[in-house]
Design a binder for this molecule. Structure first.
Ligand SMILES: NC(=O)c1ccc[n+]([C@@H]2O[C@H](COP(=O)([O-])OP(=O)(O)OC[C@H]3O[C@@H](n4cnc5c(N)ncnc54)[C@H](O)[C@@H]3O)[C@@H](O)[C@H]2O)c1
Ligand SMILES: [Zn+2]
Length: 365
């Protein structure tokens, strides 16, 4: 079933057929887009652009601008090249940028649009699972700067988001897993029933009703974001799994040639933080066991790590004031508890817990 999620001043359309609403959007908002520019990267030009042009015939002759793929594209150089492209093509305040790509491309495109001439309109068409369920809602955009992720950016909503699950067909299983961690997280922090659905998902993502999963996942995040757009309070629940997850991600980038992806690190982070939730928030044992077993089978990639170094990385994380390590944990599924500051010994035990689990899983790298 196709659906439309209201995210405040814009809509998120989920469904392969909903791209057809694109022209309607311009008519409704009285937008005379004097210029549209489509941003792609090498992969989305090949895999996604043809479908987009086939669905929206009015875009046939639109200029297409290609960025570098992935995280490397989130740099000030890329932003400059987008601004250049906009200037050279005579863009004005009515111009609209169409971002066709994963979270990295959408983050860069949205930032360039949010700043060009104090802000022109942009439309996100996410093409990875991560971008569909996570980056599509919340208004955050940005680039990396001086080696720090998302250092520069704004909170700016798009005119609309069009999510067509058909784009997932060309995505690798690895990339699917990367986004699926956030699907798990949204369910765990919001709703036991949704978790009961999510935990049925096949480990190789066969025969999954993505339209349904994406719609529910985005709706859950949307509810949280609407209550705290600028990320001062309730939005912290979205950090579940991320305090330990980010640190493991950084550790693995530093020490491994094939590091854990963000989602893989967050999945493991959710195991450790569920364990902390058991110890500190009376999270029910039975549910915890279920989470451990589902994540272990869905996310088999493991690394060995040095706990002291991982804890140091957590202390350096920008989200942690005065080197205290801040956690968003769970009292039960759907009931987040914010601003928990565990003793360092206990964090160490949580890391030990995942190390033990790692040793019992099949393929460590
Ligand atoms: N703004 C937000 O709220 C928010 C939320 C979560 C993540 N992010 C950001 O998102 C980024 C990660 O997102 P991502 O994993 O989507 O990154 P990405 O954009 O780098 O995409 C991953 C890879 O998949 C390729 N690809 C994209 N769509 C494809 C398709 N349909 N078929 C085949 N290949 C395809 C891309 O070319 C790229 O190589 C990070 O930079 C992160 O900071 C932002
Ligand atoms: Zn994340």
């Amino acid at each position: 079933v196709s659906s439309i999620i209201n995210a405040g001043d814009y809509n998120i359309y989920v469904g392969n057929d909903l791209l057809k609403r694109f022209d309607l959007l311009f008519a409704n908002k009285n937008l005379s887009a004097s210029e549209k520019i489509i941003l792609v990267d090498e992969n989305t030009r090949k895999h996604c652009l043809p479908f987009l042009l086939q669905q929206i015939s009015s875009l046939q002759n639109t200029a297409v601008f290609e960025l570098k793929c992935g995280e490397e594209g989130k740099s000030i150089l890329t932003i400059e090249s987008i601004w250049n492209q906009l200037s050279n093509s005579g863009a004005d305040r009515n111009s609209v940028l169409i971002n066709l790509g994963g979270g990295a491309l959408c983050d860069a495109g949205a930032f360039a649009a949010a700043t060009f001439m104090r802000g022109i309109g942009f439309i996100n068409i996410p093409t990875t699972l991560l971008a569909m369920v996570d980056a599509s809602v919340g208004g955050k955009n940005g680039i990396n700067f001086e080696g720090i992720k998302n250092r520069i950016g704004t909170f700016t909503n798009p005119l609309a988001v069009f999510t067509a699950p058909i784009f997932l067909e060309t995505l690798s299983e690895d990339e699917m897993r990367n986004g699926f961690a956030e699907v798990i997280k949204h369910a765990l922090i919001s709703d036991k029933e949704k978790w009961n659905e999510v935990k049925q998902t096949d480990v190789h993502f066969k025969n999954v009703d993505w339209e349904n999963i994406i719609t529910e996942s985005v709706s859950l995040k949307n509810k949280i974001v609407q209550s705290d757009f600028r990320d001062y309070s309730l939005r912290k629940a979205l950090n579940f799994g991320h305090t330990i997850g980010h640190a493991l991600e950084s550790f693995s980038m530093k020490h491994y040639s094939s590091p854990l992806k963000h989602g893989e690190a967050v999945a493991v982070g959710m195991i450790a933080e569920t364990w902390l939730s058991e110890k500190l928030c009376s999270f029910p044992r039975e549910d915890a066991m279920e989470i451990y077993s589902f994540i272990n089978k869905t996310f088999p990639k493991r690394i060995s790590f040095n706990a002291t170094e991982v804890i140091e990385l957590m202390k350096g994380d920008k989200k942690n004031a005065e080197r205290k390590i801040n956690f968003s944990l769970l009292k039960s599924i759907g009931e987040p508890v914010l601003d928990i500051l565990p003793m360092e010994d206990l964090i160490n035990n949580a890391l030990e817990f995942i190390s033990e689990q790692f040793n019992s899983v099949a393929n460590p790298i």
